[in-house]
Design a protein. Structure first.
Length: 202
């Protein structure tokens, strides 16, 4: 038996930077595949800390009536945690609320990407001691993060050795690409002078 149905018009999987905006679009059709206006379509944030936006207001669940072309549109603001997949459920039912329309429910899934670099954070390696002209036991490790504290992968970090005769990976200055966890590390070898030393990122 033929019945009304809904179909996604916008991509059901997408990737965008943290806290960016994506339009979600759905088409409602009658049993003969004609666009159906006025039918309520529901959107619900199921996972991730994103929000639905309609007329400058934020929602976790919102119904949208299909317009004259049968389309129901809503904006989605992605969450800020790049380790959490964002999932938005979309569904519609018959006017009596007893039966799902054909194609209902389905989900939009958004992968949150890190924003631009905002900070370099020390992870390990500080406050070590060792003998002159010897390599410290632990590497200097830092992490690049965006303003939401998400790690940022594959960005270059420059390390510079300021202390007399000291080296980083055998050089006075070196550039290291962060790994997929946003971490970059180097090996530090002490120079020929004793005392407290301070070496920095550039």
């Amino acid at each position: 038996m033929l019945r009304k149905k809904i179909l996604p018009l916008s991509a059901t999987t997408f990737s965008k930077e943290a806290a960016s905006i994506q339009q979600l679009s759905v088409l409602v059709m009658d049993r003969w595949d004609n666009a159906k206006s006025g039918h309520d379509v529901y959107f619900s944030v199921e996972q991730g800390n994103g929000t639905l936006i309609e007329q400058n207001s934020n929602y976790q669940i919102k119904s949208i009536a299909a317009d004259d072309s049968g389309r129901a549109l809503i904006l989605y603001k992605l969450g800020t945690n790049s380790s959490v997949l964002n999932r938005i459920k979309c569904w519609a039912k018959t006017p009596d609320g007893l039966t799902e329309l054909g194609g209902s429910p389905f989900w939009f899934e958004a992968t949150v990407l890190a924003d631009e670099p905002a900070a370099i954070v020390k992870v390990s390696g500080a406050n070590q001691s060792g003998r002159v002209m010897h390599t410290l036991p632990d590497s200097f490790l830092v992490q690049i993060r965006d303003k939401f504290q998400n790690p940022i992968a594959q960005k270059s970090v420059r390390f510079g050795a300021k202390s007399h005769g000291s080296t980083i990976n055998g050089q006075s200055m070196v550039s290291v690409q962060a790994n997929y966890s946003g971490k970059a590390g180097v090996i530090f070898t002490l120079g020929d002078r004793a005392g407290q030393l301070s070496d920095t990122l550039v």
